[in-house]
Ligand binder design. Sequence first.
Ligand code: ADP
Ligand code: ADP
Ligand code: MG
Length: 668
Amino acid sequence: MTRPIRTLLIANRGEIAVRVMRTARDMGLKTVAVYSEADARALHVESADEAYPIGRAPARESYLRIDAILDAARKAGADAIHPGYGFLSENAEFADACEKAGIAFVGPPASAIRAMGSKSAAKALMEKAGVPLVPGYHGEDQDPALLAREADRIGYPVLIKASAGGGGKGMKVVREAGEFAEALASAQREAKNAFGDDRVLIEKYLTKPRHIEVQVFADSHGNCVYLHERDCSIQRRHQKVVEEAPAPGMSPERRARMGQAAVDAAKAVGYVGAGTVEFIAEGDGFFFMEMNTRLQVEHPVTEAITGQDLVEWQIRVARGEKLPLSQADIPLEGHAFEVRLYAEDPDKDFLPQVGRLDHLLLPAAIPGVRVDSGVRAGDSVSIHYDPMIAKIITYGADRAEAAGRMSAALAATEVVGLPTNRAFLQAIFATPAFAAAELDTGFIERHRAELLPGPAPASARDLTLASLFLLLDEARASAAAAEAQDPFSPWGLAPGWRLNRSAFVDLTFAAGAERIAVRAHYVPGGFRLDLPEGASVHVEGAMAADGTLEARLDGVRMRARVVRAGQRLTVFAAGAEASLDHVDPRLASIEATGTAGRLVAPMPGTITRVAVGAGDKVRKGDALVVVEAMKMEHTVAAPRDGIVGSVRFAVGDLVDEGAELLILEDAE
Ligand code: ADP
Ligand code: ADP
Ligand code: MG
């Protein structure tokens, strides 16, 4: 039985919505987007043939509204809905509602979503299907005394997991029996808050495991295949950061055994469509963890090594077609990596960041590099959704080539406006242990010192390039003003900035609390800069309209870019970036006029972190409080420098939208 799909509605936003539309369009389908008030001008809206508003910014009032999405689908005449990932993608009620409305749900049957929805129930099913499990307890009985006995039986350390869990939430490692009761209570609390269900399961906690998952695909004719595996061991807070395919060191026999186990898992629940069976592997063993009944964030690495388009497969299967390839014909060639470029601050425990992307350059045009992104320069990363800016995927003939391309791609990535994990990702690829594929889920923790060196002081090169930028920019502005013969131009009036008044100009930079003075002497063809600690450099160069600098530093030629946003200068050179504030004497007087302000919760949620206390000095952009709702964390950041007056809530408190979280007072 086949069903026509001509118009596809994508019930999602961001990169995955844009990515699904690309394939849909290639297949000749009409594409329909939905959007919240916050996304009216988003890329996914512009990429679609048609787009429908579905409500306010909080996901609960838009992307999670089954009625509004079905309403849009009816208006648009959509005959299928792709849920993407996150939001409603693993919601059985939504899958049911689509089918009831006569609209194909591009995903598994609701029954399969339900069967895998509870990790405990899924494990019970898998046990029956003969799929290997981590030693543990996944029973119905939740009596704390029984759970404690089970933990003793399994042997410490153990891991308590929320049965309804996802996104690493509600997970607690317990090292010894004495800590069990407290950890259980805390896991139950988190699970109740996050999923409205406090049931837990207990597993043996493996101490040096790898996360290896298998991509499976099934059609409605009884065929089910695996498209090999992905290694997602590079994680922070039990969340993936880097993924690759194939898994290093995987023998063909083990691949076949894990693939078959994954296919058995899928068949046990009558699976149809794309799914991922996640295993935890240690030594020769591999154990079922959970099945994600949707397209995964990291599916592009599988596309790269198989040469298949998984979204195309999904749409074909939803039409009732047979799988395009049989098991023996699925290619596996080369190696691929994916990194998730997040708006987050690695130096602040990876806290998500929100703000405007003042400048964004993604390495789209490099051979072997694919970029999936849902944002452009000028867009904002909002408090309401996932803080992922882009996925960068690289492909190569082997692991080393793919990794080299990733380093190059990350070096060519420029983001200004909010902190990202770009340099952190770069550091991962520069670590010898990573090159040697010494992968396990403790990698980031173990290499913390190398990966998170902390903020470095501004280098002489960065100071020189920032100075050159200001000097060339000034010269350009003066020339423009002179040409316009504008007698009121501030450039004509600024003393110390006139080239002909004095033979030098003083520039002041601020990096954190530190002030850095640079004196620039005008010399034929360029400048001689006096840098801190008696250093001196001759610099000359030219600036293109796009801000690219062609510079010579003591004769050494280099290409760089300096991006200005307010007083902040971000210097991109040789694959690294550094930020400095230019302290402009002309602007000093109109600076910092803020008044004591209230900081309110962006949406109803739970306080999961209070980063400051009364009396703390904070700088503009510092994270103050983290509020969490559903799977999402929102950071409330300081809108300006100031002193924390009082903090109204503690970790664990529930807050309403608009609740006053803390008071920020003016410094003084
Ligand atoms: P995957 O296994 O596909 O990589 P994850 O477990 O990382 O998926 O996340 C699953 C889905 O939940 C994704 O859609 C991801 O965007 C979403 N998600 C996870 N964590 C968050 C978060 N903190 N905020 C918003 N969405 C999240
Ligand atoms: P989620 O639904 O949040 O994705 P998972 O059950 O998939 O939860 O586990 C998330 C991560 O936690 C895994 O990728 C792995 O790094 C770690 N983990 C899960 N189970 C174990 C275990 N038994 N021992 C050690 N680490 C584990
Ligand atoms: Mg998982």
